[in-house]
Design a protein around this ligand. Structure first.
Ligand SMILES: NC(=O)c1ccc[n+]([C@@H]2O[C@H](COP(=O)([O-])OP(=O)(O)OC[C@H]3O[C@@H](n4cnc5c(N)ncnc54)[C@H](OP(=O)(O)O)[C@@H]3O)[C@@H](O)[C@H]2O)c1
Length: 298
């Protein structure tokens, strides 16, 4: 029978859980960091060989942008060299590799959404580590890099890592003052939509390479918070701030909108970000997915 097995690493993360969920129609071997650390080449090669998957999906990452300035070796080990190992292991197994990149590979000086041909210009250790990871992933015979940004959805609160939108929504629901950037423009990305796009690229046998995979459109964090408040039906107490007012270790690009026309041309139109936000906030469980976490094993 045709091999449809999918091996997911970093399966307990925000995106990892959505990926496990979207491939529920086929055999998924889901590894959390506890069962497979991608900085251990021997373990990775053995795990991929044993699973003999058709597809390896890498959701593991060192995502502490400021922490990477102090811990560059750790950031590079996971975001770059871990990906190199996965690419080699995928090739040895004849599998496709799917890896996720970041908007932070750009310097944010553009005035129109970046497409896949725009030149990267990383401004932090995290950004460099993510760019190296892209290059290693593209070395795979069938390597996909989906650049994503400002993720929301998936497990949140005590179940998972908190993203900017978790903090904003929590603040809005508690009636607190919520500080939000007025000068950072992003294309927020719902993990469920990224997971569906990933599955589409695999199943439609799209050409490998780099794809921007974000919800359509872009907005400042201030506008996104205002839209979240509107959907939640709460009166927001938004505190406008600018990047210069906050002392962060790693430099942040200001304009991070990504254009997803290449993905659309490959047959998958990403919904608008406010539509995705409405779907996430409408979930009865408020975004927490106990079902998915129960199915993660390893
Ligand atoms: N979140 C964003 O806004 C954002 C923006 C741009 C790009 N991305 C990219 O999107 C992808 C998914 O991100 P995410 O937000 O879903 O990440 P996440 O929630 O932080 O999950 C990452 C997972 O990877 C695991 N991990 C870390 N180091 C590992 C290692 N050496 N071996 C195996 N597992 C390891 C983590 O485990 P521990 O919790 O135990 O460390 C965690 O479960 C990543 O490539 C990320 O860089 C995310």
């Amino acid at each position: 029978m045709h091999n449809r097995r999918v091996l997911v690493v970093g399966a307990a993360g925000r995106l990892g859980a959505a990926i496990v969920d979207v491939f529920a129609d086929r055999e998924v071997i889901a590894h959390t960091r506890a069962s497979l650390d991608i900085t251990d080449p021997t373990a990775v090669i053995r795990a991929v060989e044993r699973a003999a998957p058709a597809v390896v999906v890498n959701c593991a990452a060192f995502n502490d942008v400021d922490g990477a300035e102090d811990r560059p070796v750790e950031a590079l080990a996971t975001n770059a060299f871990g990906v190199r190992t996965l690419a080699r292991a995928a090739d040895a197994a004849g599998a496709t590799l799917v890896h996720y990149g970041s908007d932070f590979v750009f310097d944010g000086t553009a005035t129109a959404p970046y497409d896949e041909d725009a030149s990267p210009s990383p401004m932090s250790t995290y950004a460099v580590s993510k760019l190296l990871g892209e290059w290693f992933a593209l070395d795979a015979a069938r390597g996909f890099v989906l650049r994503v940004e400002s993720l929301f959805g998936g497990p949140r609160g005590s179940m998972g890592r908190r993203g900017s939108l978790d903090a904003i929504v929590e603040g809005l629901q508690q009636g607190r003052a919520v500080p939000v950037f007025t000068d950072r423009v992003v294309s927020p990305s719902y993990v469920d939509d990224i997971a569906r796009a990933t599955k589409h690229l695999i199943d439609s046998q799209a050409p490998p390479g780099v794809y921007h995979c974000v919800n359509s459109g872009c907005a400042t964090w201030y506008e996104i918070a205002a839209e979240a408040a509107r959907i939640l039906g709460v009166t927001p107490r938004l505190e406008p701030i600018t990047v210069d007012q906050v002392r962060l270790k790693a430099r942040r690009p200001r304009f991070c909108a990504l254009a997803n026309g290449k993905l659309a041309a490959a047959g998958f139109a990403m919904p608008a970000w406010h539509d995705a936000l409405r779907r996430w906030l409408a979930r009865p469980e408020g975004g927490i997915r106990h079902d998915t976490m129960d199915r993660v094993h390893g």
